[in-house]
Design a protein around this ligand. Sequence first.
Ligand code: SAH
Length: 211
Amino acid sequence: MVHRQLQSRGITDRRVIAAMKWIPRHRFVTPRGRGGCYEDHPVPIGFGQTMSQPFMVGLMTAMLELTGRERVLEVGTGSGYQTAILAELAGQVWSVEIIPELQFPARRVLADLGFFNVAFRIGDGRLGWPEAAPFDRILVAAASSSVPQPLVEQLADGGVLLIPIGETDGYQVMTTVRRSGAATRTTHGVDCRFVPLRADSASAAAPGRGS
Ligand code: SAH
């Protein structure tokens, strides 16, 4: 998976490669999803949600340029796989998920694998996690038509926010917001496809398409 899907497509960050080599992706899916979980596509995890494609996890993590010290907010715990990669490569992770039934098993797997630098919350991640702000990095793993303002406000000086912006029922562009003092600079990266960032858990739990 790492060689064929990541390195051959230009993801060379050694720490990202090492983390994705050892963290067992199959632990984050139900037995039914295990067969295809190392393949080049997202994997259904229930409630209409998906575990992101390995390449997308590698790309987003590489774009965060983690050194091991960062305070990272993740919006959309989902399976917890991306959470584990962040926990391995950053200092401390705060992860928010709107569907409790997804986050509870993710918490268990992360604890089993020995990740204790993650704080979890059930709620609307568009509001961020004000009590733990500011964050050096914010990663949103669901699509939005615009950048939620609370997330920009919770970025530290020099911080980076990654979020797929575009049609929430179609394609998006991986968007980077960098904060420098009071100013922000927004840049647009690759096309991508994520499940929508939802306003409530009931709509998130409705059957939907994968990303
Ligand atoms: N990185 C995760 C991605 C899961 S898909 C993985 O690879 O497993 C996106 C996740 O975002 C879903 O679990 C979905 O329930 C969650 N989500 C959607 N809207 C949200 C919101 N407003 N706040 C927090 N989580 C949200």
